[in-house]
Design a protein around this ligand. Structure first.
Ligand code: ADP
Ligand code: ADP
Length: 232
């Protein structure tokens, strides 16, 4: 069964009297182990789609299933629980808490776990080591570079070891070298840990990592392309 399944999904934004369809009948199944890249120009509906794939929003029409469960049949706390277990989010704006240190930001998702503080801190230490930020663990987000903040966001998204990583423009605002490093890191999670990676972007360079590319335009899927990794 697919991890995420969208069936005839529409998202209609209401602005006063005016309705705008940002997604128009999206059908998409995402399977375990995919490295899916959703590519489209600005305004094509990528962020809207990302919010639906991440079960952060519900469709105006159609069905979104996560792990074969129709998310519209879950209440907010059930949805938060399954989402928290299944999906690690990496947002473009990083969504770091400005008043918390690097380490505290990474610890945040672990607060809701059963395990004790000690184990959580060990996990955070391990994750900060993986992303190369051990020496910045006491820094606030404002004291970090763009690439470092992105790496904090990645460490935090991995904290609960979710099977799915969902990233919105993970290389946006980063220099090429740091962007490549971040992508290489996500690629490693896919290759070595079998994580399902979903990246929403307008950056064509990311396509080389993909096993499948979904092209969207004006709220519709234009085409879907299967790929062999690292081939042009
Ligand atoms: P992308 O991420 O590809 O730039 P978005 O999903 O952000 O695209 O937006 C798709 C379309 O929906 C755009 O035309 C945008 O203006 C519109 N849109 C997005 N969010 C809202 C909203 N909350 N209210 C009204 N229109 C919106
Ligand atoms: P910025 O994003 O502002 O360029 P960073 O501190 O994120 O600053 O990165 C500085 C440089 O160090 C980048 O070129 C990046 O590729 C490299 N770098 C960052 N983390 C690591 C790491 N863990 N191992 C190797 N190189 C790294």
């Amino acid at each position: 069964d697919p991890l995420i399944k969208l069936t005839d999904v529409w998202k209609i934004y209401q602005m006063g009297e005016v309705e705008f369809a940002a997604l128009k009948g999206i059908n998409l199944e995402i399977y375990e182990g995919e490295f899916l890249v959703v590519l489209g120009p600005s305004g094509s509906g990528k962020s809207t789609l990302m919010n639906l794939l991440g079960c952060l929003d519900i469709p105006s029409k159609g069905k979104v299933c996560l792990n074969s469960k129709d998310i519209s049949e879950l209440d907010e706390s059930e949805l938060a629980l399954i989402r928290g277990q299944m999906i690690g989010f990496i947002f473009q704006s990083f969504n770091l808490i400005p008043t918390l240190s690097t380490e505290e930001n990474v610890l945040l998702p672990l607060e809701f776990q059963e395990e004790g503080r000690q184990i959580a801190r060990q996990k955070a230490a391990y994750l900060l080591d993986i992303v190369g930020l051990t020496d910045k663990k006491k820094n606030l987000p404002s004291q970090l570079s763009g690439g470092q903040r992105q790496r904090v966001a990645i460490a935090r998204s991995l904290a609960v070891n979710p099977p799915i990583i969902l990233a919105d423009e993970p290389t946006g605002n980063l220099d090429t070298k740091t962007g490549d490093y971040i992508l290489g890191f996500l690629d490693g999670l896919h290759e070595r840990e079998g994580k399902t990676i979903i990246i929403v972007t307008h950056d064509l360079d990311i396509v080389k990592y993909a096993t499948r590319v979904v092209y969207i335009r004006d709220g519709e899927i234009e085409k879907i392309e299967k790929r062999t990794k690292n081939e042009p």
